[in-house]
Each structure stands twice: as structure tokens, then as C-alpha cells.
Design a protein around this ligand. Structure first.
Ligand code: SER
Length: 282
């Protein structure tokens, strides 16, 4: 399946279930001084999540151009070191603005990955927020994955760094649940296809989709401290890396080898070749 077909399948799936297909916003945020570049699909809906703006739809789906090269979500230092970071990428996402919540978000994700994209359940890993002093453990998300069919040992708790999502220091945020996928050639090896690699070293097990349960607004107090205020209408914000999903579907080892990026590398190499062959008069 090509990268373009994967994008189309994602958008069509959620359109069929009542989501409005909304165009990607430009990379430069229109009205948000807290952000230099768009870093997630939810940015263009920030005020909708906060209840400050109303739209004539309560469900949306997008393929959003994102750039993570600075600020809270900065991939710049990872480029060239990992198989899956390149600062500019497309994020596929479905959104609920006070409509459905955790239950349906997890049902949709399972159905799309397992029944539509036909990913192997024994390569999938699921994570949920383990809880801290401010926010309780998200055992509901854990139980929902198990109800869908995940083996309990493949559903893992993680802390704030991995399983609590906020777009910046302030704004809508909440606990999240991620799906990672084992890409190696030994799915039955309990050491290789194991929890150790989830949010761990290397690129053989990669996060492909993040489901955020948007429940709070994070604000800064005059004394500089931060405060979480529950939002009146819990919402959903999800983000799947198109290039990572394409890596999985095309069974290649890096995002750079997908049909989304490889032609760009090859084209650049063709341009570079005559330059590399020039003697520069030396
Ligand atoms: N906002 C979340 C993320 O960027 C999910 O879309 O991961």
C-alpha cells in the first residue's frame, strides 16, 4: 500500500464514521504566540478543545503538516540518529470535540489497525498513563484495550514523559494511550518482541499512534506555577505518524525508505552526483 493510499484510507475510515475531513492548516500558526510551528494535528483546534470556539461539526479528521524543530516537541536532535525522526512529517488524526471519548477512540483505533490495515495483534503494544499526584492512573484505557482483544501483558503503564500529552507549557492536555509496533523478524522471541523496547532504545519497536484524552487546560499562575483545570467537555485528539505507518505497511526499516521519502532522497542524490564528480579545478 502506498503512503498516499494509507492517508486516504485513514481519512475515508473516519469520514464514514461521521468525521468532517478538514484540510491541514499551514505550518505557521495563525493566531498562537505560544507556538513557532504547527507541532500536532490538534493545534488548529486548540480553541475548540478549550470551549472558546464553536464549529458546526463535533468530529474531524485531518492529515496535518507538522514541524518539530524547537519548543516542547523538538525532533531536531534525533535526525540522522534514528530511523523515524525527520522534523517535518504528516500527522493523521481523528478528533472529537465533546462528542465521543475514550471508549470509542480506542474502538476506532483497534478496528482500523486490526481489521482495516490488518496489523498483527501479537506485534502491537499498548501503553496508558500510570498516574501521578495530579492525575489518576488511566486504568480505564488499559481495560478497554484488553476488552478489544489485547493480551494483558501487552498493555503497559508509563509515566508523564510518554503518556501525558500537552502541546506546550499551556493549553489543552491529558493522559494518552499509545500504540507501538514490533517491526523485527522475530515476533515469537520474548526478548526481542518485549516490553523492554517499548519507548526504549532502537527503532525495531516504534510508536505509531497516540490517542490523547483531552481532559484539562494547563495554565500558568502569576507566581509562575502551572495549574490543571478540568475541561467541561472531555475530548479526543489522536495523532498517527503517516511516514511511520507507511514504514510498517511497506515493511521497511526506516521512514526514509518509504515511497513518501525515498523518491526525494533519490532525486537529491541525482542532483548531487554531477556536483560530486566535478573536479573544481583541483
Ligand atoms: N497531540 C498528540 C500528539 O501530537 C496526538 O495527536 O502526539
Amino acid at each position: 500500500m502506498t503512503g498516499n493510499e494509507i492517508r486516504r484510507k485513514f481519512l475515508d475510515y473516519f469520514e464514514r464514521s461521521g468525521h468532517k475531513v478538514v484540510h491541514s492548516s499551514p505550518l505557521l500558526p495563525a493566531n498562537d504566540p505560544t507556538l513557532l510551528f504547527i507541532n500536532a494535528g490538534m493545534n488548529q483546534f486548540k480553541d475548540v478543545f478549550l470551549g472558546l470556539e464553536k464549529r458546526d461539526y463535533k468530529r474531524a479528521v485531518t492529515s496535518q503538516k507538522c514541524l518539530r524543530a524547537g519548543g516542547k516537541h523538538n525532533d531536531l536532535d534525533e535526525v540522522g540518529k534514528t530511523a523515524r525522526h525527520h522534523t517535518f512529517f504528516e500527522m493523521l488524526g481523528n478528533f472529537s470535540f465533546g462528542d465521543y471519548f475514550k471508549n470509542e477512540a480506542i474502538e476506532y483505533a483497534w478496528d482500523l489497525l486490526v481489521n482495516e490495515f490488518e496489523l498483527e495483534v501479537n506485534r502491537m503494544w499498548f501503553t496508558y498513563f500510570e498516574g501521578d499526584a495530579d492525575v489518576p492512573a488511566d486504568t480505564e484505557a488499559r481495560d478497554l484495550w484488553i476488552k478489544m482483544g489485547a493480551a494483558p501483558e501487552r498493555v503497559l503503564p508509563f509515566g508523564k514523559k510518554d503518556n501525558f500529552w500537552q502541546m506546550g507549557d499551556t493549553g489543552p492536555c491529558g493522559p494518552c494511550s499509545e500504540i507501538s509496533y514490533y517491526l523485527g523478524d522475530a515476533p515469537n522471541d520474548p526478548e526481542k518482541n518485549s516490553p523492554f523496547w517499548v519507548n526504549g532504545p532502537g527503532d525495531t519497536t516504534v510508536e505509531i499512534w497516540n490517542l490523547v484524552f483531552v481532559q484539562y487546560n494547563r495554565t500558568q499562575e502569576p507566581d509562575g506555577s502551572f495549574k490543571l483545570t478540568p475541561l467541561p467537555t472531555p475530548s479526543v485528539d489522536t495523532g498517527m505518524g503517516l511516514e511511520r505507518m507507511t514504514m510498517v505497511m511497506q515493511n521497511v526499516k526506516t521512514n526514509y525508505e518509504t515511497d513518501l521519502i525515498r523518491p526525494i532522497v533519490e532525486f537529491t542524490a541525482e542532483l548531487a552526483e554531477p556536483i560530486a564528480n566535478r573536479s573544481f579545478g583541483i
